[in-house]
Design a binder for this molecule. Structure first.
Ligand code: HEM
Ligand code: HEM
Ligand SMILES: [Fe+2]
Length: 445
């Protein structure tokens, strides 16, 4: 850590940890409901649990991205953040809006559109919050000594993520139009601009952890940005097959979305090429594990499990089933959760001065969470394929076919328990680091 103000990242990371634990609680509520034990139905019905699970995910990931930006931008731009006071205001307003939104779901205050459930009144507060965040980041960057490609890609990803929140706020009376623009947010986030955020953080970590020349790492970053936009923008069409959009989307969506794994493959090859070329003497091996792990797991979850159901001939059977949940879990975990864990694992010892990497707890956290998540993905896959067969081939009623899937959810609960133990190790290790301190200044490795 070179600049005092980088310490503010800690608050955002701590918020991420707490909200992740809460997200997991709601995951278990749903998993038990799927296994036939929906005991909390009167207080937390499935629709409340699912909205809470997914919105907590989005909030803790965004909080992680914001923490990453507050850590990375000063170091890249070579100056302090323009105002720590404004960061504090931004942090607390983010935490309050997030908690109010999630509490609101429990009393029916929501919009009911998957991932965009936050009611309109709170959307405006989200916009103000994100504008404040972007203001601090962009002004710091432009007042700084350097405008590195890594910092620009990260800032560009965050800027476009904010801009793409807006199509979800337009009011439509028509269901097809509403769905059409909902995907501009959901798809263009995870398969577009968030990939830039991920690429920016990955490049920063590889520069620090491998010691390879910045010029080389940043050249790769251009290739990744190019591949992402080339495939991801028109790839939106893979959500337009069955919402009433024109038929040509079948062709466009099928072809371009099938190219999307290339961007993730590019990132994986890039990370490993830099690792092989690098010095391999950085002491923080835990951060390196998470960084290389991100590269592999994002390709598996987003790339491979994405292409598994992206062409129209397959998607006509699997659309909206547990096959989607299979892909959604490994993709979100492998790409965005793991990149947040990577930057935390790297920066926390530097902010607090306590080098708790390479401990048994840090290793258990990595392996148990990843093996658990692979198990969960497999359970969802088995349940999803059985669901497609029973519901769409045999023609059983939705709820009748769901009743036949209980066994898969016991497997899910088993794997999720393993996953959760890994996460608890990670969170315990996080808080064991203690608070950030100025004594940790200068240590920049
Ligand atoms: C890290 C990147 C990605 C993440 C986090 C992600 C996550 C998700 C999530 C959560 C959904 C469900 C959305 C909803 O129903 O509202 C979804 C749907 C889908 N994703 Fe991805 N995805 C990623 C990348 C990809 C890629 C690269 C492909 C294609 C190669 C892909 C193909 C699909 C398809 C076809 C659907 C629609 C499933 C259906 O019809 O029910 N995804 N994704
Ligand atoms: C103990 C851990 C977890 C359990 C038991 C769990 C369980 C579940 C269940 C049962 C669903 C509902 C599936 C359905 O019927 O539609 C769900 C949805 C979802 N969960 Fe989790 N989850 C856990 C952790 C996570 C994590 C860590 C992430 C992200 C990194 C995540 C991302 C999602 C997403 C994106 C969806 C929506 C899937 C879709 O669009 O179909 N979950 N989860
Ligand atoms: Fe998509």
């Amino acid at each position: 850590m070179k600049y005092k103000s980088q310490k503010v990242a800690y608050m955002f990371f701590a918020l991420s940890m707490v909200l992740l634990l809460l997200q997991i609680v709601y995951g278990f509520i749903m998993a038990f409901a799927h296994a036939g034990y929906d005991g909390l139905h009167e207080i937390i019905a499935f629709n409340t649990a699912t909205a809470t699970h997914k919105n907590l995910l989005v909030v803790w990931l965004l909080s992680g991205f914001m923490g990453a930006a507050y850590y990375i931008i000063p170091e890249e731009a070579q100056r302090e953040l323009v105002s720590v006071k404004l960061v504090l205001i931004q942090f607390w307003s983010l935490a309050i809006v997030g908690v109010v939104a999630v509490a609101g779901f429990h009393v029916g205050w929501w919009e009911g559109r998957k991932f965009l459930e936050i009611p309109r009144a709170l959307d405006y507060l989200v916009v103000v919050n994100v504008l404040l965040f972007l203001g601090i980041i962009l002004v710091t960057l432009f007042k700084g000594k350097e405008k590195t490609t890594t910092a620009m890609v990260l800032a560009m990803g965050l800027f476009f993520a904010a801009l793409l929140y807006l199509p979800g706020m337009i009011w439509f009376d028509n269901q097809s139009m509403d769905s059409f623009f909902r995907w501009w947010v959901v798809h263009l986030w995870v398969e577009g601009v968030w990939e830039l955020v991920m690429g920016g953080i990955l490049a920063f970590l590889l520069i620090k952890l491998t010691g390879v020349d910045r010029e080389l790492i940043e050249k790769w970053l251009y290739v990744i940005v190019g591949l992402t936009f080339l495939s991801g923008i028109l790839g939106t069409g893979h959500h337009y097959y069955s919402i009433g959009a024109p038929k040509y989307w079948l062709m466009i969506g099928g072809i371009f979305s099938a190219l999307e794994p290339l961007a993730f493959l590019g990132m994986a090859l890039f990370a490993f090429a830099m690792y092989r070329k690098g010095e391999k003497n950085h002491p923080n091996k835990t951060a390196l594990y998470w960084t290389l792990g991100t590269a592999i797991m994002s390709f598996a979850g987003a790339g491979l499990l994405g292409i598994a159901h992206t062409i129209p001939q397959v998607n006509m059977w699997t659309h909206g089933t547990l096959v989607t949940a299979m892909h959604g879990h490994l993709a979100f975990w492998g790409a965005y959760a793991m990149i947040v864990f990577s930057i935390i694992s790297y920066s926390l010892p530097l902010m607090t001065g306590r080098k708790l990497y390479d401990t048994p707890g840090a290793h258990y956290a990595f392996w148990l969470s990843n093996i658990g998540m692979i198990g969960m993905t497999t359970a969802f896959a088995a349940a999803g394929v059985a669901q497609v067969y029973l519901e769409r081939k045999v023609g059983l009623d939705f709820m009748v076919s769901q009743n036949a899937l209980h066994a898969h959810f016991w497997v899910l609960i088993g794997a999720a328990t393993l996953f959760t133990i890994g996460i608890i190790y990670y969170v315990v290790n996080f808080f064991k680091h203690g608070m950030p301190t100025d004594e940790a200044l200068i240590d920049n490795k």
